[in-house]
Design a protein around this ligand. Structure first.
Ligand SMILES: Cc1cc2nc3c(=O)[nH]c(=O)nc-3n(C[C@H](O)[C@H](O)[C@H](O)COP(=O)(O)O)c2cc1C
Length: 135
C-alpha cells in the first residue's frame, strides 16, 4: 500500500502529529509545499485552523493534486473548533477525492490555551490511529 503524508503548520503543532504519524507508518512527512509526485492509496493530510479556515497553502496543495489519491485521511490541531474536517472536505469534494470519515484531531496550543498540546499522549493516539488506518 502506497502512503504519503503532507502537512501544513505555522507554529509547529500540526508537525508534531505529522512526525508521530510518520514514525508509525514509516513514511516521511513532508509539507504541503511539496506536491505529490505519484499515485497513492492513502494521503494523510494535516492542517490547522486560522480564523475559521485552513491556510491558503493547504487549498493550493489540494487544488494542485494531479495524481490518483485513493483517499485522504484528515488530521488536524485547533484551539477552539474540533477539527478542519469540514474545510478540507469541501476542498476535496471539488476534486472528487474521497475523504475517510474517521479523522484524528486534537487541541493545539494557542496563546494561553492548551499549553503543550499536542502532547505525548496526543502523539501516541495519532500514531495508533495512523496504524489502524493502514492495517
Ligand atoms: C492567527 C491564528 C488564528 C487562529 N484561529 C483559530 C480559529 O479560528 N479557531 C480555532 O479553533 N483555532 C484557531 N487558532 C489556533 C490554531 O488552530 C492552533 O494553535 C493550531 O494548533 C495551530 O497549528 P500549527 O502550529 O500547526 O500552525 C488560530 C491560531 C492563529 C495563530
Amino acid at each position: 500500500m502506497k502512503v504519503a503524508i503532507r502537512y501544513f503548520t505555522r507554529g509547529g503543532n500540526t508537525k508534531k502529529l505529522a512526525d508521530a504519524i510518520s514514525e508509525a507508518v514509516g513514511v516521511e512527512a513532508k509539507t504541503t509545499a511539496e506536491p505529490l509526485s505519484e499515485d497513492v492509496d492513502i494521503l494523510f493530510l494535516g492542517s490547522s485552523v486560522y480564523a475559521y479556515g485552513v491556510d491558503d497553502q493547504v487549498r493550493q496543495f489540494i487544488e494542485g493534486i494531479n495524481v490518483k489519491v485513493g483517499k485522504v485521511v484528515n488530521f488536524s490541531t485547533a484551539a477552539l473548533i474540533k477539527s478542519t474536517y469540514k474545510q478540507v472536505s469541501k476542498l476535496l469534494e471539488k476534486k472528487g477525492i474521497p475523504l475517510e470519515k474517521e479523522e484524528f484531531a486534537c487541541k493545539g496550543s494557542f496563546a494561553m490555551m492548551h499549553k503543550g498540546r499536542p502532547n505525548a499522549d496526543d502523539c501516541r493516539a495519532a500514531a495508533a490511529f495512523a496504524k489502524k488506518m493502514c492495517s
